[in-house]
Unconditional design. Structure first.
Length: 621
């Protein structure tokens, strides 16, 4: 019996689900299977990684650190089907579009490739998966938008823009980051700006923003210093004809605005590391694996900061110190085995742990400092904007130095441990108290992003060059924004008492907050109206609504959709950043037992088990 599946969203998440469906289909659904990939953007790459974007935009991962395929480190129930990483693929000399030939020839394992080259890799991955589908399995690509999802008994009906509807047995929503209409606060800010003749760009994908409204020479306030901000800088400066010089300078074109940028932290995300591990991958998990997390899950009502963070911090620091002691033995006073035994016996943050670290690691720069990683500008003040600039630059420069100088490879050890911690924290999330989820999970995600999802070092150097050239000013930490007397005004806690900056334009440089209720995606919006999906609303023990996360509720183990009545749908699934299961990226580093690959496998196998023939086979067995 031929069954059918629709995957709404054919970017790397959708392609990853298809790859895992193909791997497990011979075992779980040996009968015929049709899989429909639906996306208005190119299949494989999807919207974010499509070729049709500026060639200046780069990945924030090195070529050797990107793969879509499982390997022997991945612990999952489905078969391991190895495949080439981006770097492996580059070395095969693949055929690419003419505008990528020069880049392909220049890429090394440590290059941060353009997004357009990653687009070519992702398209090739999808072709490879489709070409290798098992007997009886077929893939069909629909270059259109899914507009609705209804059902006729057990049959799922996916409505398409400009094409007949698809009748399928199961649906996976894999649309990635979703656009949303502005929040009430953003609407109010836009209205005030319009009344004053100002321009406001609300949160959205930077590559899709109309930046032509930002005039050459004008002062623009930017709120947000993450990856969306980095894209904004690329498009407004080099994208308008400016040029960076080899000696760390910047030659303007005259078409650029002047940016004044801030955020709660007031600093850029930490640079990506530009070195490898000297001691190899640390043994993980050690302190925050299933043996520690499963009892917390069983107990329920966990407070992340009080109960989980000491173990999370100890695990991340374990990765740091494993690399320090084994990779840099000249920097420590005792052998690794002696230190590891003492470290294992002590609790994180205790006086005894502080004493051990001070004695074994003499130089404070070699000790992990979570407070400095999280709030890099804490303690910094200045009387005015001009005085602040060299102070912020000095901190960014030192952070960059540590991320490119292989004397500081413990940063990479901590990064590897953070990935392990992230996967376990995702499992724990459903057992956290509502209050802890409302406050602590947002903090953890923000901290993880700032440490693990930063830009390449060359982008940080470009930001520093623009700052020295007077094209970008940093506002500091604790940024605030207002509209006063016909202008946007901005300041920060770092500049307390200083005159506010005035500007005629404001850019919120970030993605929209997740919100199923405010989504502009027609399929999801229709499901919200009819109760087919539900948002994750956090309610305290006394009945107080703490926060609506805006995320789609799914069953944690397999992504099955939870409707407004709390019922898990047997044939509808969802994966991605708009769901309650947070997975670190749609693709990953090789050799890391990656959470994204493990979760794709779990979802794909659940989808296969939901199919009619599979259920019949299970009953017969």
């Amino acid at each position: 019996m031929t069954s059918s599946i629709a995957i709404v969203g054919a970017g790397p998440r959708g392609a990853g689900i298809l790859e895992r469906l193909a791997a497990s289909a011979p075992e779980l659904h040996p009968d015929g299977l049709d899989v429909h990939l639906i996306d208005p953007y190119p299949a494989g790459a999807g919207r974010i990684w499509r070729h049709a974007q500026s060639p200046l935009l780069a990945m924030n991962s090195m070529a050797a650190d990107v793969t879509m395929f499982t390997d022997d480190t991945v612990v999952c129930d489905g078969p391991i089907v190895p495949g080439p990483s981006l770097w492996d693929w580059v070395q095969t000399g693949p055929e690419v579009d003419p505008d990528l030939v020069d880049e392909l020839a220049s890429v090394t394992a440590s290059t941060f490739p353009s997004r357009r080259l990653q687009s070519a890799y992702l398209a090739w991955v999808l072709r490879r998966v489709v070409d290798g589908l098992p007997d009886g399995m077929r893939a069909h690509v629909h270059r259109t938008r899914a507009t609705g999802l209804t059902e006729d008994g057990p049959v799922q009906i996916v409505h398409l823009d400009g094409e007949p509807p698809l009748r399928v047995d199961a649906v996976v929503l894999a649309s990635g980051h979703l656009d949303a209409v502005p929040t009430a606060d953003e609407v109010a800010l836009a209205a005030r700006a319009a009344d004053e003749g100002l321009r406001y760009l609300p949160p959205e994908q930077t590559t899709d923003s109309d930046l032509s409204v930002l005039a050459p020479g004008e002062t623009v306030i930017v709120r947000g210093m993450g990856l969306a901000f980095v894209d904004l800088v690329v498009l407004l400066f080099e994208g308008r004809g400016g040029r960076f010089t080899d000696d760390g300078g910047y030659v303007p074109s005259g078409e650029e605005p002047r940016l004044v940028v801030g955020s709660p932290r007031g600093s850029t995300y930490h640079s990506k590391t530009h070195y490898g591990l000297k001691a190899g991958r640390p043994p993980l998990p050690r302190f925050f694996g299933p043996a520690a997390v499963d009892p917390l899950i069983a107990a329920g009502e966990v407070d992340l900061r009080e109960q989980a963070w000491p173990l999370m911090a100890k695990e991340i620091a374990w990765g740091w110190y494993h690399e320090l002691f084994l990779g840099h033995p000249d920097a420590v006073t005792v052998p690794w085995a002696e230190f590891a035994d003492a470290y294992t016996a002590l609790g994180w943050g205790t006086p005894e742990m502080h004493a051990l670290l001070a004695a074994a690691v003499p130089d404070p720069v070699d000790r992990i400092d979570f407070a400095a990683l999280d709030r890099p500008l804490d303690g910094l003040t200045a009387p005015d904007l001009a005085s602040l600039q060299p102070l912020v630059r000095a901190r960014i420069e030192e952070d960059l130095r540590q991320h490119v100088d292989d004397r500081h490879t413990p940063h990479l050890g901590a990064f590897v441990a953070m990935l392990s911690v992230y996967g376990e924290t995702t499992r724990l999330a459903g057992s956290l108290s509502a209050r802890s989820r409302a406050s602590d999970m947002g903090w953890w995600q923000s901290f993880f992003n700032s440490v693990a999802s930063g830009p390449p070092g060359f982008r940080v150097r470009q930001l520093l060059a623009l700052s020295r050239a007077g094209m970008i000013d940093f506002l500091g930490a604790g940024m605030w924004v207002d509209v006063v007397d016909g202008a946007f005004t901005a300041g920060s806690a770092t500049l307390a008492g200083a005159d506010p900056v005035r500007a005629t334009a404001l850019v919120d440089a970030r993605l929209p907050d997740p919100s199923a209720a405010r989504t502009v995606d027609p399929l999801l919006a229709d499901l919200v109206r009819r109760g087919g999906v539900s948002e994750d609303v956090l309610i305290d023990a006394d009945g107080t609504v703490l926060r609506n996360t805006g995320l789609i509720r799914v069953r944690p183990e397999d992504g099955a959709l939870v409707d407004a009545g709390g019922t898990v749908h047997p044939r509808r699934f969802a994966v991605g950043p708009h769901t309650t299961v947070k997975v670190a990226g749609a693709f990953t580093r090789p050799g890391m037992n990656a959470q994204s690959l493990r979760y794709n496998d779990a979802v794909a196998r659940a989808v296969l088990r939901s199919l009619p023939a599979a259920r019949s086979a299970t009953r017969a067995a």
